[in-house]
Write a protein that binds this ligand. Structure first.
Ligand code: HEC
Ligand code: HEC
Length: 322
């Protein structure tokens, strides 16, 4: 698609006058052309498909959420957007950026134990982070999201290395202790509640759940489920340290660790069949909060730490097998 419609200020500046012309052209296509595969509209272009892909990622609740008028298009039970976590529609560098996603697939996934395509990976987020169901591989929505990711990848090939260097996520070092939920609650109250609200349930856009959230929910029925990556305390802590509070991320490792654990101590939707994840249990990340495990540490310790003893156990096994 034309770079100008990405909504990214930097790109707009780079495109200059050409960008303005392309925006006008895209608008002129009108609404119907946003879903070219459905209508088979003559003259529909890859560009328009990518634009639909971007909208799916930023306006997910409006297009695929539980309040969508057409029941067949209700794919997610959460009211998050993909962009609630993949900030700036995945364009923003750093933690959970999607700019290089395309280049990483297909690959072997320890979670499924098999080969994982980019479509499988998207559906991983659909069924867990979005607490929904999988999109068909040949659906217009999947095709559009993949072509959007391909667009980001092409752009990344040109400028990505420099961007990444300029916006490297701060390193997160796991504190050598169990997380402290009370300390986490204090961080939440002081640094997070102003946006995500005191009850963690977020602030819906213009009071309307159809359009998703201005500040998304951190737990509860509209948030990610317990099989999601962010339900792992270390994954969440890395994201939080790099990106939250939004626009003012400056927590230290201890604060990020404790507040991640606090959020993940709260109720959220449960996913069935999680015991089938990681068929090779020795490949299960140490902070996976559900069993079975290839070790005898408690679920509690896998959820909230301390993680060093679990790490040490697996390292010693590796050494012994050499
Ligand atoms: C609640 C947060 C959250 C939401 C919402 C979410 N994701 Fe993700 N996504 C993640 C996490 C965590 C990862 C794993 C990152 C890792 O493996 O380190 C991930 C990984 C991915 C990847 C692989 C990135 C890579 O470089 O390997 C893709 C592609 C992706 N998500 C797409 C989506 C799409 C499309 C949606 C919406 C349908 C979505 N995600 C919604 C948290 C989220
Ligand atoms: C200034 C408002 C603001 C503050 C303060 C803030 N966030 Fe966020 N947060 C957001 C927005 C907005 C998003 C969604 C990303 C977007 O729309 O760009 C988000 C997304 C998230 C997400 C992923 C989506 C979800 O709902 O789970 C998590 C987790 C999160 N924030 C945790 C925190 C934590 C922890 C703190 C406190 C340390 C915090 N945030 C402080 C605005 C804020």
């Amino acid at each position: 698609m034309s770079q100008s419609t990405r909504g990214s200020a930097t790109v707009l500046v780079l495109c200059g006058a050409i960008g303005v012309i392309t925006v006008a052209a895209t608008l002129a296509w009108g609404r119907g052309s946003l879903i070219p595969e459905r209508t088979g509209a003559a003259g529909s272009s890859v560009n328009v498909t990518e634009e639909y892909g971007k909208r799916l990622i930023t306006q997910t609740t409006e297009l695929l959420g539980p309040d969508v008028a057409d029941p067949k298009m209700r794919f997610t039970d959460s009211r998050l957007a993909c962009a609630s976590c993949h900030i700036g529609a995945g364009v923003e560098p750093g933690n959970l950026s999607l700019t290089a996603a395309m280049s990483r697939y297909p690959r072997i996934s320890p979670r499924s134990g098999g080969n994982e395509t980019i479509q499988d990976r998207i559906n991983g987020c659909m069924t867990r982070s979005m607490n929904g169901r999988a999109l068909a591989e040949n659906s217009p929505e999947m095709i559009a999201m993949v072509s959007y990711l391909r667009f980001l990848g092409d752009q990344d090939a040109a400028t990505g290395a420099a961007q990444r260097k300029a916006h490297e996520s701060p390193a997160f070092k796991t504190p050598n202790r169990a997380a402290n939920l009370e300390a986490g609650q204090r961080v939440f109250e002081q640094r997070c509640a102003a946006c995500h609200q005191n009850d963690g349930q977020g602030l819906p856009a213009t009071g309307n759940l159809v359009y998703g959230y201005v500040f998304p929910p951190l737990w509860g029925p509209n948030s990610f489920n317990d099989g999601a990556g962010l339900h792992r305390v270390l994954t969440a802590a890395r994201f939080i340290k790099a990106k939250m509070p939004l626009g003012a991320a400056n927590l230290d490792d201890d604060q990020a660790f404790d507040v991640a654990a606090f959020i993940n101590s709260k109720p959220r939707p449960e996913m069935s069949g999680l015991d089938r994840d990681y068929p090779d249990r020795s490949k299960k990340p140490v902070d996976t909060s559900y069993g079975p495990y290839a070790d005898s540490f408690s679920i509690e310790q896998h959820h909230f730490g301390p993680f060093q003893p679990i790490d040490a156990y697996y390292k010693s096994l590796q050494k012994a097998s050499k």
